[in-house]
Write a protein that binds this ligand. Structure first.
Ligand SMILES: [Zn+2]
Length: 349
């Protein structure tokens, strides 16, 4: 590591810690009122809309059963990720369990503005919803949305899952993951991730701003799932998500039945805060046309050529080499790139 990098990472670590503690403090000091108290809902199926100032809001589907765990699952934290919305909206249409020992809450599309724009982020303020949690009651529209979700639903749940994907611009090898936590919460998260047994597991340290960061601050066991993306919905991914969700409901005791028999997963747990930070690896060195040389799921050695970026003005192309040895678990699909756009992520799996 060159001189200066250590200081930069220490500074980054301090900034992350500071933001984490100030966000916890802000949350603890801010009173909030439940617009819908889930514990007071009658037994059965409910459709509710949660709203904040300026037309910000989302629809939630709630199955209220006997007293028990409260499982919250959402899709479309990013607007161009359709696997979660497809799964959850389909379940809202069809799922009417005869016995439910707890409460299940689905929000198929959390980020409506980004979803209808077909973009990762909401065009109204350009903010990434997965970087602004726990949000602000009087902030930008995206910050208000984060605050609404955090205070109105996350605060009422006992278990949480956020369904993501590579979106329109990327393709990835599906995985499930969580923020490493202390003792029992960490074990619960590992068990929740194990329910999605068609996916490999990638767990790592706390990063600020995510839905999972807000769950972390509230000591709520939480996982996320990443599906292939490519701007569509892969039928195999959808089956695997559906299977994982059924496992999760049985594992939590929400639905009856024996504990699910689970397939063994490949597991990677890292202490490197940047390892699973997908936006920071192999940045495009210039604006231009991206020409990949390596395919998803291939193992490569450090220094191996991964792709070229060709400037449009005919000047020399730039070769992008592997920063480390590992498997290509994410690759950019969109061939137009701006300087700094992430082109590949490798993981040591
Ligand atoms: Zn996402």
């Amino acid at each position: 590591m060159p001189r200066g990098c250590g200081a930069r990472f220490r500074a980054l670590g301090l900034a992350v810690l500071l933001r984490f503690f100030t966000s916890r403090l802000a949350m603890a000091n801010t009173p909030w009122k439940k617009s819908h108290d889930l514990s007071r809902l009658s037994a059965g199926f409910h459709r509710l809309r949660f709203t904040a100032a300026g037309g910000v809001g989302f629809d939630a589907f709630i199955w209220r059963g006997e007293p028990g765990p409260v499982l919250l699952v959402n899709g479309a934290t990013h607007g161009d990720e359709y696997e979660g919305p497809t799964l959850l909206r389909t379940w809202a249409e069809r799922w009417r369990p005869r016995r439910l020992a707890g409460t299940v809450v689905f929000v198929p599309v959390l980020n409506e503005a980004a979803f209808f724009a077909g973009q990762r982020c909401a065009p109204v303020d350009g903010a990434n919803l997965a970087r602004v949690f726990p949000g602000k009651a009087n902030g930008s529209p995206t910050e208000r949305l984060a605050h609404l979700f955090d205070t109105q639903l996350l605060a009422q749940c006992t278990h949480y899952a956020d369904l993501h994907s590579a979106g329109a611009a990327y393709h990835l090898k599906p995985w499930t993951g969580y923020v490493t936590h202390r003792g029992a919460i960490n074990r619960t998260q590992r068990a929740m991730a194990a329910c999605f047994d068609a996916f490999w597991v990638w767990a790592g340290p706390y990063l600020p701003g995510r839905t999972l960061s807000a769950a972390f601050a509230r000591n709520i066991p939480a996982i996320y799932v990443e599906c292939q993306g490519l701007g569509g919905v892969d039928a195999g991914d959808l089956r695997n998500l559906d299977h994982g969700l059924r496992n999760l409901l049985r594992w939590a005791g929400l639905t009856p039945g024996a504990a699910p028999r689970l397939h063994r997963q490949a597991v990677r747990i890292t202490r490197d805060v940047d390892e699973a930070h997908l936006q920071v690896h192999h940045p495009a060195p210039v604006d231009g046309l991206f020409v990949p040389l390596a395919a998803l799921d291939r193992r490569v050695r450090r220094g191996a050529p991964l792709g070229h970026v060709l400037p449009l003005d005919g000047s020399d192309g730039h070769l992008v080499r592997a920063e480390s040895t590992g498997r290509i678990i994410l690759i950019r699909r969109q061939r137009s790139v701006r300087r700094g756009d992430a082109l590949f992520t490798l993981a040591p799996v």
